[in-house]
Design a protein around this ligand. Structure first.
Ligand code: ZN
Length: 344
């Protein structure tokens, strides 16, 4: 193995580690994150998932705000749980994507809106094989509504954090294709480039103002709209990278960057900048769409549950917090062989 290969291999594992959030809290969560990231990179990057859940809190109506603000750190930190348990929990991996081309032309407009119809038509195994994110969003929407009905703080928080994750994944173009990491078109690495490297470099400049959350009457349709919108952006994601690569020498396309004392191969700043410009705010749009959709879904679940009073809900107990922590540790111990999050 050459040094370059070692570096590139590590780059895939390590480069998310350099986000500002991690710089700030890296010491506290360093070990946990390192183990997790090495098990496979998260979708949207840790930073973006956490940012999306966090910002969604501020879109909520006044009746929901005290509860959600009180637990904003939980919702932020746990926005990445689905990625952490991806390798430990059977059935988790397919919730993060859908391979549109597995079902032929215009699949995202033809596939059954609802899970039961889809199972009847394709079987559960086939659906799991090709990813189920639009249906997972609906399942979690139902669960969150139930949690609000019960006014069960722990359940509300856990499901709301998860739902935010799946919604954000559904808005990522490379989560809607078999060519999830450009591996079928000689563009390996594009997944983390789009959803981690670009936000890392440019998200500071993004306008993430979405306005107030609105009630979504047709949540199933909205989930499908999200994957359709993401899939419509896929052509530019791949084409612009290919066009730009043809104009760059390999030594200009990639650069070595110092990451926590290690030199890692990554897309150069110039290449990233040009690509980001060509995408014309696409990453920003998809991120903002995620925030709006997460807020809309959280609020819709609460309204569908009869707008329960959240001011009298109980806090998480110390025992529950400890259970959550040990659950996360267990995810790290079990590793399943599934499609890696870095790749999809
Ligand atoms: Zn994910």
């Amino acid at each position: 193995m050459t040094i370059n290969k070692i570096i590139f291999g590590k780059y895939k594992c390590l480069y998310l580690f350099d986000f500002k959030w991690f710089r700030l809290f890296g010491i506290i969560f360093g070990c946990l994150i390192m183990q997790n990231v090495c098990a496979g990179n998260p979708t949207w990057g840790f930073w973006a998932h956490q940012r999306i859940n966090r910002l969604a809190v501020f879109t909520l109506p006044i009746e929901m705000q005290p509860f959600f603000k009180k637990h904003i750190e939980y919702l932020t930190e746990n926005a990445v749980n689905p990625d952490k348990r991806r390798y430990a929990v059977v059935g988790e991996a397919p919730r993060h994507y859908i391979d549109a081309e597995a079902y032929g032309d215009s699949a995202l407009y033809r596939l059954p809106l609802f899970w039961n119809d889809a199972v009847a038509q394709y079987t559960e195994d086939t659906l799991a094989l090709n990813g189920i994110v639009p249906w997972a969003i609906q399942q979690y929407k139902y669960q969150l509504t139930e949690a609000f009905r019960e006014r069960n703080t722990r359940r509300i928080l856990r499901v709301a954090a998860d739902l935010g994750h799946y919604i954000a994944d559904a808005n990522v173009p490379l989560h809607t294709t078999r060519n999830y990491n450009g591996q079928l078109t000689g563009q390996e690495g594009i997944h983390a480039f789009w959803e981690s490297r670009l936000p890392e470099l440019f998200a500071e400049e993004y306008d993430m103002f979405t306005g107030a959350a609105t009630y979504e009457e047709k949540t199933a349709r909205r989930a499908w709209q999200a994957v359709r919108g993401a899939n419509a952006a896929l052509d530019s994601v791949l084409r612009f990278e290919r066009e730009l690569t043809a104009r760059f020498k390999p030594e200009q396309k990639y650069a070595l960057e110092d990451r926590n004392g290690t030199l890692l191969k990554t897309y150069s700043r110039e290449f990233s900048q040009r690509y980001h410009q060509m995408l014309a705010a696409q990453v920003e749009r998809q991120m903002r769409a995620s925030v709006k959709m997460v807020g809309d879904f959280w609020m819709t679940c609460w309204i569908d549950a009869g707008q329960p009073d959240l001011t009298t809900t109980t806090d998480l107990t110390e025992i529950q917090k400890k259970e959550d922590e040990s659950e996360k540790q267990n995810w790290l111990k079990r590793l399943l062989k599934v499609r890696t999050e870095n790749e999809n």
